[in-house]
Design a protein around this ligand. Sequence first.
Ligand code: XMP
Length: 486
Amino acid sequence: MIIRASKGLTFEDVLLVPRRSSITSRQQVDTSTRLTEKIRINIPVISANMDTVTETAMAIAMAKVGGIGIIHRFMPIDLHVKQIKQVKRAQAVMVENPYTININANVEQVRESMRRYHVGGLVVTDENGKVMGIITTRDINLVPDNLKLVKEIMTGLDRLVTIKANFMLEEARRLLFENRIEKLPVVNPDGTLRGLITAQDVLKPLKNPFAALDEKGRLRVGAAIGVTHGEMERAAALLEAGADVLVLDIAHGHADHCVNMVRELRKQFPNSQIIAGNVASREGAQELAEAGADAIKVGIGPGSICTTRLVTGFGVPQLTAIIDSAQGVKDSGRNIPLIADGGIQKAGDMVKALAAGAETVMIGSMFAGTEEAPGSPVIRDGQKVKVVRGMASLAATMGRRISEQNHDESAEDSEDWMKVVPEGVEAVVPYRGNVGEVLHQLIGGLRSGLSYGGAHNIFELQENAEFIEITPAGIRESGSHDVKRL
Ligand code: XMP
């Protein structure tokens, strides 16, 4: 048996000592950070993979302001894939299924199609769907003969500029600019049409300059997976649908099945980004890093709806868990980021988590009350509220079992529900409007925090950080006190 001499600390137990600062405006600081070894996002905030927090709407809203949402895994694979695709399409640069016209059509038919679909250009295809050219209003405006054939006046393959289906946004922008063209057909390897990019579409990402975008200019999104039978198949389908990152999410991540799954994912999908967790110890973080994870999620029991520590007696206060895990990653010899998952209720908690060594924070209940979280608000005691539930709560576990039974004859029968030992609760949180508003407050706090820390960015915040442990009197002094709040 070991009894640690040092105390385990959490956010409320400490404050950060202010540092000399040369920052004169909150705008001078950089809030960008690493989500994984290879993915950067513009704000260090991730919405939790919980079924009362992140589905399509939340993931879209998070990515638009520069963070990312992780869509939970408690749904059939086809629905999970559909949600990922919806996020990817939400701000897509490429139009899928653009309007086409057959190469043997005539000018009259082109005019008719353009009028009907309100477009200024049509991709020309042959009977097999192969791209043969493009025709725009410029080509037909001055043609006197309505029966003239498309193939006689279109921009044909000899002059047509196209781009491959796996294009990068920058390449599309360059081709449109260098060739002074308005439309760029996207072509599959077999010559069939994949989509169309217009000059206007390429400008879309500039409208949300902070958004988290992939190389194709689409919003970034992550997806959670588990370790049970069928999850490898889920992983493959999610990556194929465009998920930027997989989050292997196990309550106790420092376990054989989690470590083995990270190794297997690494082997089967060598180019994918994999987040693994949760852990709360130096050894746990080290082992997942050595197994090949691209980021480690830290937190056993700090979440607002978690009862793991009460039910099992296990857990590590979150600030200590972050500091220990950061050491574990160092021990592994890898330079991968940590995600502090759970227990963030105030902007100051986030600043402390980042200063302690995390590069992002994952948030559940604080976002569960927002418009974008799944479910509708209800009125409780005259107040507008939304439901949040721990993924190991009785309600969530029973819900999953019912859905598993519907999909799998061999799933446990109803008597087994009696055996559920919940490690989370179901609760209500105040309705908080749009998540963008909540994030605005959080990021405002972070910008101020960086300035107090004499830091231009999160890396400098960590370098400069000095924590001071405080007493219950210090905690009392830290909030508003001895006044009657309005
Ligand atoms: P917050 O505090 O942001 O925490 O609501 C969200 C995180 O809590 C974890 N989580 C659970 N932990 N039992 C637990 O012990 C549960 O039922 C449960 N559900 C969610 C999870 O890591 C999430 O991101």
